[in-house]
Design a protein around this ligand. Structure first.
Ligand SMILES: [Zn+2]
Length: 356
C-alpha cells in the first residue's frame, strides 16, 4: 500500500461518515403513485418489515466477526473480455458479467452498462465487504458506453468512483425517480439523466428501456432512506426482450412483468446476499427460481454474487442451490465466467462447483 493510499483511507472513511450523517434535502415526487406524500418517501405496494430489533443485535455481532470467511479461498477466475466479439457487427445481443450485479450489454449496436461497480469495497467505510478479485476489465478498457442504467442507490449498485469516470463523456443515464440527485455531485449533468417511474419507458437509439417493479428500498446515509426509488429494467430491441431484476424480494410483480412483457429471452435475476433476518431485501435461491418461473424467462443468469460478500452465506451457495432447481423447471441457467462474452445461446461452465 502506498503512503498516499494509507493517508487517504481515514480521509475517505471520515468523508463517508460525514456524508452519511449530513441531513439532505431530497426532491419530492407527488405525482408518482409510488411516492408517499405524507412521509415524503417511496413505498412498495405492500408495507415491508425491516430487520427486527432482536435480529439487529445478532447481525451486528456477526458483522463484528466479519464476512471474509464466506468468501472464496483464492480470487475467482476471470477472463479478459474478447472486445472484437463483443462489438461484432451482427444482430446477436451479447453480454459481459463483471461479478455481483455489474453488466455490459451490446444490444442493437449500443453499449449499455448496468449498475457499474468495480471498486475494492462496497462498504461506505471501505474496510469490509471487499472485492474477491480485480474486475475482468477496468472502465478505461471498456468500449464507449452509450447508456448507463442504474437500479437503485445502494453502495453495491451505485459507485461514485466508477461513475465519475463518465463525467466527461456523452453517456446517457436512465435511473429510477430521485436517483439523479446522486449523479449531479459526480459530474453528470441533469440533461444527460432520465428518471423513470415504474412502467415508464424511454426510447433511445431504437431501444426501449422500461423501469419495472422490484420490491426493495434505498439509502446511502441516515437521512435518505427511500427518498429515491428502485426498480429493474426491461430492455427491448427488435424482437428481443432482456430483463434485469435489480434488487428485489419475491412478490407478484414478477408475474405482472411477464404478463406485460411476454417472451423474455434472457433474465438477469438477483441470487445472493440473502438472510432469514432480512427477508424483505433479497430472495433466497428458491425464490429466485420461482421468480424466474413467474417471469417465464427462457434462460436465466443468476447475479448479485461472485464479487462481494455482504451476507452470511458461502459465496457460491446461491448458484449451488438455484442452478439445479432452474433445470428442474426447464429453465436454462447461464453461469458465465466474469469477463466472458456470452449471448443467450452460449453454453456456460459450472466453474464455481470446483472452487472453495
Ligand atoms: Zn439493494
Amino acid at each position: 500500500m502506498t503512503l498516499k493510499k494509507l493517508i487517504m483511507m481515514p480521509v475517505q472513511a471520515i468523508r463517508a461518515v460525514y456524508a452519511a450523517l449530513l441531513p439532505r434535502t431530497a426532491p419530492v415526487y407527488p405525482d408518482s403513485p409510488h411516492f408517499d406524500k405524507v412521509k415524503a418517501r417511496f413505498v412498495n405496494p405492500q408495507p415491508m418489515s425491516g430487520v427486527a430489533f432482536k435480529d439487529g443485535l445478532s447481525i451486528f455481532l456477526e458483522m463484528l466477526q466479519g464476512v471474509s470467511q464466506y468468501g472464496p479461498k483464492d480470487p475467482l477466475p476471470t477472463i479478459k473480455p474478447d472486445w472484437p466479439l463483443f462489438l461484432q457487427d451482427d444482430d446477436i445481443n451479447r453480454f459481459i458479467w463483471f461479478g455481483h450485479s455489474t453488466l455490459l450489454m451490446r444490444v442493437g449496436q449500443q453499449t449499455i452498462a448496468i449498475d457499474p461497480v468495480l471498486g475494492k469495497s462496497v462498504s461506505p467505510l471501505m474496510v469490509n465487504m471487499r472485492r474477491f478479485q480485480k474486475p475482468a476489465a477496468a472502465v478505461k478498457e471498456w468500449p464507449q458506453v452509450d447508456v448507463i442504467l442504474l437500479s437503485h442507490n445502494h453502495y453495491d449498485h451505485l459507485e461514485e468512483k466508477t461513475l465519475k469516470q463518465f463525467a466527461g463523456t456523452s453517456t446517457r443515464f436512465i435511473v429510477p425517480l430521485g436517483v439523479g440527485q446522486y449523479l449531479k455531485p459526480v459530474g453528470i449533468s441533469a440533461e444527460r439523466i432520465t428518471e423513470l417511474d415504474w412502467w415508464q419507458s424511454l426510447d433511445h437509439q431504437n431501444i426501449r428501456y422500461t423501469l419495472v417493479p422490484a420490491w426493495h428500498n434505498t439509502g446511502r446515509g441516515l437521512y435518505d432512506n427511500d427518498k429515491s426509488f428502485w426498480g429493474g429494467y426491461i430492455i427491448q430491441q427488435a424482437d428481443d426482450t432482456v430483463y434485469y431484476s435489480g434488487d428485489s424480494t419475491y412478490g407478484p410483480h414478477f408475474a405482472e412483468i411477464a404478463r406485460r412483457f411476454p417472451n423474455i429471452s434472457l433474465a438477469f435475476i438477483e441470487n445472493g446476499q440473502y438472510d432469514r433476518r432480512w427477508p424483505n431485501n433479497h430472495m433466497t435461491p428458491e425464490l429466485t427460481v420461482q421468480a424466474a418461473a413467474d417471469l417465464q424467462a427462457h434462460r436465466v443468469v443468476p447475479i448479485h454474487w461472485g464479487a462481494y460478500t455482504i451476507a452470511f452465506h458461502p459465496w457460491n451457495e446461491p448458484v449451488q442451490r438455484s442452478v439445479p432447481l432452474l433445470r428442474q423447471k426447464g429453465i436454462q441457467p447461464l453461469t458465465p465466467y466474469q469477463g466472458q462474452v456470452f449471448d443467450k445461446n452460449t453454453v456456460t461452465e459450472e466453474w464455481y462447483l470446483t472452487l472453495q
